[in-house]
Write a protein that binds this ligand. Structure first.
Ligand SMILES: [Zn+2]
Length: 439
């Protein structure tokens, strides 16, 4: 045993337990003992939870926070700002920005992130000398911030979709595209995994990838995580129906894209036939509640998915907020508003959606149990937000600021609410200021 920790309260797989001792060796839990003595172990404050899995991220979108609400603040004015930001990033700026963003995630209790990565190339779409330079920046950023990375390298070929078909890429979007699916597949084949990195793939959306490219994409990394944006906005459904005559879900399912390895992100505007397609294909859904409300997307049918047997995970997506407590609560609170009923998801249901490391290729993480990766998050029970809470209901009260300690694969990344890299607010401020400078 390399290290031992002791928690007054912990959320173990069968419920909340008292006086839990965690023995860790080689990055894994070797003993998890409730009702134990603290002798020789380091005491953790509050209640201990498994590390969170942030299953959908675009790291660079963090630089848009608090900068898109002027001029009407529509989805389209947001997108214009996002494109203007993307046009100024290079691998050095992206390393600094992503490192700070991933450190912010660690401070929020996130131990692994699924990065939906489409900002591949240089200005005008010319590849860097290393065509995966941007991916390498993300890999280094996650390693330095102390969280695991699943690089979901994203195929992005078209500028949009309307009834007449796919639109050409605009100037900014050229950075996202490899030209065709084969070139994308060749570049992805050069990516490699390491102890802290998994490689998966993504289809940006039916708007950005034509049907005839699906076959190539789904064969690049079979069995690895394959993510895609699905029916985030009604306009996507309308264009898809007009061009293909079916919904995006049916289009993808008929092409064999929906499998147990597939995670559909958002799935906000799906009908019951679409839900049945997701059930039958054993695909899963990743909700991004704070993004879906920020961008006025709508409210996805979370309870309907869960009742039908579609597993749910959570992502902070564009990072208007990086707070997984808020994301999980958002899922439940949106359901309450829609259904006018409380208790749509219980505390165990919220914890489950926050710990779906399996959806991003880390099936041995997500539980405080022997043999699992030693990820844990200690959440204070004595802050102004959490004082007086039942530890079992902590997800309904806490926020990211209540995270005191974060351990990832047995390594201490956050202690006393401070990240090993130091002042993460200052790192973010500098990286965001640089990201907006003309390149
Ligand atoms: Zn997204």
């Amino acid at each position: 045993v390399a290290e031992s920790w002791f928690a007054e309260h912990a959320l173990l797989p069968d419920g909340v337990a008292r006086g839990v001792r965690f023995d860790i060796a080689d990055g894994r839990f070797v003993n998890v003992t409730p009702g134990a003595a603290a002798d020789g172990a380091t005491r953790l404050p509050g209640v201990v939870l498994p590390g969170f899995a942030n299953c959908h991220s675009h790291a660079f979108h963090r630089a848009l926070r608090g900068r898109t609400e002027a001029d009407g603040g529509t989805f389209w004015s947001w997108r214009t700002r996002m494109y203007s930001l993307a046009s100024g990033l290079d691998p050095d700026r992206y390393l600094a920005l992503a490192r700070a963003v991933y450190a912010e995630m660690a401070l929020a209790g996130i131990s692994a992130v699924g990065e939906f990565h489409y900002l591949h190339h240089g200005p005008d779409g010319r590849p860097y000398d290393d065509p995966n330079a941007m991916a390498e920046a993300l890999r280094q950023a996650a390693a330095e911030a102390g969280i695991r990375l699943t690089l979901l390298d994203t195929c992005y070929l078209a500028g949009g979709l309307d009834g007449d078909g796919h639109l050409p890429l605009d100037d900014v979007q050229r950075r996202f595209s490899d030209g065709d699916a084969e070139a994308w597949a060749t570049r992805v084949a050069a990516l490699h995994e390491d102890a802290n990195t998994r490689v998966g793939t993504a289809i940006h959306s039916v708007r950005a990838v034509p049907r005839d490219a699906f076959e190539t994409v789904r064969h690049v990394a079979p069995g690895r995580p394959l993510h895609l944006h699905l029916s985030e906005q009604l306009a996507e459904n309308d264009a898809c129906r007009e061009h293909y005559g079916v919904t995006p879900t049916v289009l993808l399912d008929d092409a064999g894209v929906l499998t147990p390895a597939t995670t559909a992100v958002h799935a906000t505007h799906v009908n019951s036939a679409d839900v049945q397609r997701l059930v039958a294909s054993h695909a899963t859904v990743c909700l991004c509640p704070t993004t879906e409300r920020d961008l006025a997307d709508g409210i996805g049918p979370a309870r309907e998915f869960a009742d039908a047997g579609v597993p749910l995970s959570i992502g902070s997506d564009q990072h208007a907020v990086i707070d997984m407590f808020e994301e999980a609560r958002g899922m439940e609170m949106h359901e309450r508003l829609v259904s006018r009923r409380r208790g749509r998801f219980d505390p165990d249901g919220l914890l489950d959606v926050l710990t779906r490391h399996d959806r991003i290729g880390w099936p041995d993480a997500g539980h405080l149990a022997v043999g699992r990766r030693a990820d844990l998050v200690a959440v204070r029970l004595d802050s102004v937000r959490t004082a007086g809470c039942d530890p079992a209901q902590i997800l309904f009260a806490a926020g990211a600021a209540d995270v005191d300690t974060v351990i990832v694969d047995g390594c201490s990344v956050v202690q006393d609410g401070r990240h090993v890299l130091g002042d993460v607010g200052a790192l973010l401020a500098k990286a965001i200021e640089d990201a907006w400078q003309p390149s």
